[in-house]
Design a protein around this ligand. Structure first.
Ligand code: PLP
Length: 411
């Protein structure tokens, strides 16, 4: 009989968002009169319409495809040159960071890229992951066979978990032992924390000493307000030799449904082959994408390019301002009722300590049943997330105002 991938059987069944969905459905079914009243601040999905610059570019691209003279079929697997150049200029070179056009690999999402990147790494790498964490990093390592079984609290054997808590500012300490692949995400989902230049310098220097590679997820870089906080790992000297960066148009351009992102693989970045020889990873990722991927549709790449136009940049800025004003209101409301609040200053997530004697799922149920607001329980992001809950600032102004009122009335 055909054999399945046994690693999939190790995955924990009670995944966060399905469990939230189950509890919300139960509430709606038993309180039909309140179902329409429910405000969802649970999943980190954008709510505001697509920028006009992106829509116009997309429509014009669709029309090009409607004529023989301008029709296009398959594009380059790594992305069109026009978009790779716009990204390398707009996100890096304009800020004094050297990245070449062909080090940019366009994709249909950072979720896919952060998972797929494991294709170019061998077996037996020691994986370091923050706790709490974006669940994709953990689950894709389980699927790839880089872990053992999960224990009762959902921690997998073989992963080096790095606890993030208020005392370390939600940025983990450098491991005492050797690790090979390090997942870092700043500004962070779920905690909303940022990493300072000094903290990132320590990570880069550790990675270079150990021959480790940092997988840096910068999906939320556009939300950084504090100019001293690095937006890219490549702002740190030496990072080109030890880091891959993932960025996405999902959260800045509102592209969660449109799908476009990119990954930066510098040519200097090396890893060891089975004979202990150092080899560049750039050609491996290029080959991986050519073989397993056909890039993103032409209209979508034109829409992404338009985000770098003056009009596009202004619209992105307005979107960020909208969400960050929401975050500010949510932070104040939580502080006013005496809760300890983190994040929300350079990220669209507010990370709140639960009132004493309520755990994070208890808080979820209380908010659902009493405030009629869906939040995300911290425990769903890892053991160290227990005792916290996440409120997403991705919402309309009026919904956020209502959430703030209900928070104050409930707690
Ligand atoms: C939203 C998000 C992304 C973006 O994922 P896409 O697949 O590009 O939509 C990446 N990383 C984190 C941590 C996120 O929260």
């Amino acid at each position: 009989m055909a054999k399945l991938n046994n690693n999939y059987l190790k995955l924990k069944a009670g995944y966060l968002f399905p469990e939230i969905g189950r509890r919300v459905k139960l509430f709606s079914d038993s309180n039909p009169e309140n179902a329409d009243n429910l405000i969802r601040c649970g999943i980190g999905d954008v709510t505001e319409p697509l920028p006009l610059a992106a829509r116009d570019a997309m429509k014009a691209a669709v029309d090009e495809l409607g004529h023989h003279e301008t029709f296009r079929g398959y594009g380059p697997e790594q992305g069109y040159d026009f978009l790779r150049a716009a990204i390398a200029d707009g996100d890096y070179r304009d800020n004094g960071i050297s990245v070449e056009d062909d080090e940019i690999f366009v994709s249909d999402g950072s979720k896919c890229d952060t998972g797929n990147i494991l294709d170019i790494f061998g077996n037996g790498n020691k994986i370091a992951i923050t706790d709490p964490v974006y669940p994709v990093y953990v689950d894709t390592n389980v699927m790839a066979g880089n872990t053992g079984e999960a224990n009762e609290s959902g921690a997998y054997e073989g992963i080096h978990y790095m606890p993030c808590h208020a005392e370390n500012g939600f940025v983990p300490e450098i491991p005492q032992e050797r690790v090979d692949l390090i997942y870092l995400c700043y500004p962070n989902n779920p905690t909303g924390a940022t990493a300072t230049r000094e903290q990132l310098e320590k990570w880069v220097s550790y990675a270079r000493e150990q021959g480790a590679i940092i997988l840096y997820d910068a999906a939320y870089q556009a939300f950084i307000q504090d100019q001293s906080v690095p937006r890219s790992i490549y702002e740190i000297d030496g990072a080109r030799e030890c880091a891959i960066e993932f960025r996405s148009f999902s959260k800045n351009g509102g592209f969660t449904g449109v799908r476009c992102a990119f990954t930066v693989v510098p040519k200097e970045l090396m890893a060891e082959d089975e004979n202990g020889e150092r080899r560049s990873l750039h050609p491996l990722w290029s080959r991986r994408q050519s073989t397993k991927f056909n890039s993103v549709s032409y209209p979508v790449q034109k829409a992404a390019e338009a985000l770098y136009s003056d009009a596009g940049k202004n619209e992105v800025k307005s979107l960020i301002t909208h969400y960050m004003e929401n975050a500010k209101k949510l932070r104040s409301a939580c502080s006013e009722i005496g809760l300890s609040v983190y994040g929300g200053e350079n990220a669209p997530y507010v990370w709140v300590a639960c009132p004493e004697s309520i755990d994070s799922w208890g808080m979820f149920d209380k908010m659902l049943n009493e405030a009629k607001v869906v939040i995300t329980p911290g425990a769903g992001f890892g053991e160290a997330g227990e005792g916290f809950f996440r409120i997403s600032a991705f919402n309309s102004k009026s919904n956020v105002d209502t959430v703030c009122e209900r928070l104050k009335a409930t707690l």
